[in-house]
Write a protein that binds this ligand. Structure first.
Ligand code: G3I
Length: 373
């Protein structure tokens, strides 16, 4: 599927022109300050996931994003169900807008996600067979990662590949791709992404790795380490692990020595580590907004203090930036009907205690020794 990059570059040029980026003047990106400025001084790339409509329709939010974020993630627009309206068809409009917003704001882009067991169009689920799966997988990744080659810092190539409840000896999830291609779908996906964009940092990302006192998470870490070691031995171009970081406000913030050791073990495989979807679910927290904000901030601080103690952790992305726009409003609504408060900025785009907790965690990071990851 030839990639028509001319339309993409024209869109990017048009988008950039609006901000004087390509109007002949030197590139004018907002002065870097906020969380990304603090994080950058301590070796961390800070960003947030976005939906392009919320940026294009809300200038105040767009300005906040430009000030706070040095990286933007497509929350949904680079998933199969948004990109692929039908067999052999691509719809890049939303994904192009995310890339254009990032270029306008002088931010990098994290692509999410080339392969996942969710957010797949019905036609794919219906038509996928052992006979066409490899061509469909490689064709999709080649077209999507190829279209944005050189414009994207990193990709979640395979997302949430592990599910121990599926009872496979290797701990892999019985996803639609595994069912037709077997475990090889994972190295296949990474090799296709590396061919399409040799300069991109390629991640395997997953959730449920954060808490030391959660036995299934501890087991998942062990399973993941074994799989990563195998893929690295076989030469798969996996560059980093993406730890999603969807934290749970109503449970103990048990981020301790076992998490620290897990991060060290991942790093010793020669892998980098990105925190890719950080937020704190306050759905089941009781009390005033100020009380809930205090607990949410404690989770951000406690998790980041451990995560940032590992030099291989090089990027932190929150799953949204403000409570004004978070999918938790629908996915984790509170029973008391009050708004959820999982992110560093409130609905009025004011910094919350979580913002200061994150700023402290970045600022208190010991300067990481140079790492190859
Ligand atoms: O865009 C359509 C809209 O046109 C339609 O009217 C509306 C109602 O059906 O749906 C809209 O699409 C929704 C999309 O979010 C954009 O809002 C999908 O139905 C909905 O399923 C989708 O949910 C996303 C979910 O992943 C599934 O893709 C969430 O926003 C997103 O935050 C969530 O993010 C995931 C990561 O990708 C992977 N890790 C877990 C994380 C949280 O679940």
């Amino acid at each position: 599927m030839p990639v028509d990059r001319s339309s993409l570059s024209r869109r990017l040029l048009l988008a950039g022109a609006g901000a004087g980026l390509f109007s002949g003047a030197s590139a004018q990106t907002p002065p870097r300050s906020g969380l990304s400025g603090i994080a950058a001084r301590h070796g961390v790339l800070f960003g947030a996931a976005i939906e392009p409509d919320t940026v294009d329709s809300d200038p105040a939010f767009a300005a906040l994003l430009a000030r706070e974020c040095a990286s933007l993630t497509a929350e949904n627009h680079m998933k199969w169900n948004m990109l692929r309206p039908g067999p052999g068809r691509f719809e890049f409009e939303g994904a192009d807008r995310v890339v254009a917003i990032a270029r306008r704001q002088g931010a990098m882009v994290h692509g999410h996600c080339l392969v996942w067991h969710e957010a797949n169009p019905a036609w794919l689920v219906r038509e996928l067979t052992t006979g066409n799966a490899q061509a469909l997988l490689e064709g999709h990744i080649g077209a999507v990662a190829g279209r944005y080659a050189g414009l994207i810092r990193s990709w979640d190539v395979v997302n949430e590949a592990i599910e121990r409840n599926d009872r496979r000896p290797d701990g892999l999830r019985k996803s639609l791709w595994l069912n037709v291609l077997g475990p090889d779908y994972i190295p296949l996906a990474f090799e296709a992404a590396h061919r399409a964009d040799p300069g991109a940092r390629l991640l395997l990302s997953d959730y449920g790795l954060e808490y030391d006192d959660e036995p299934w998470m501890v087991e998942k870490r062990e399973t993941l380490l074994e799989l990563l070691a195998g893929w690295k031995r076989s030469g798969a171009p996996i560059h980093a692990l993406g730890i999603q970081g969807h934290l749970i406000g109503h449970r103990p913030a048990s981020f301790g020595p076992a998490l620290r050791k897990f991060l060290r073990d991942v790093s010793s495989l020669g892998l980098g580590i990105d925190i890719t979807e950080l937020d704190v679910n306050d759905q089941n927290l009781h009390g005033s907004a100020a009380h809930r904000d205090r607990i949410v901030a404690q989770h951000y601080r406690a998790f980041l203090q451990v995560a940032l103690s590992e030099p291989a952790v090089r990027a932190v992305t929150t799953w949204g930036l403000s409570d004004r726009y978070t999918s938790k409003s629908s996915m984790s609504a509170r029973s008391d009907g009050t708004g959820v408060r999982p992110l560093p900025f409130d609905q009025s785009l004011q910094p919350k205690q979580a913002w200061f907790a994150m700023a402290d965690a970045f600022a208190q990071r010991q300067h990481p020794e140079k790492t190859r990851n």
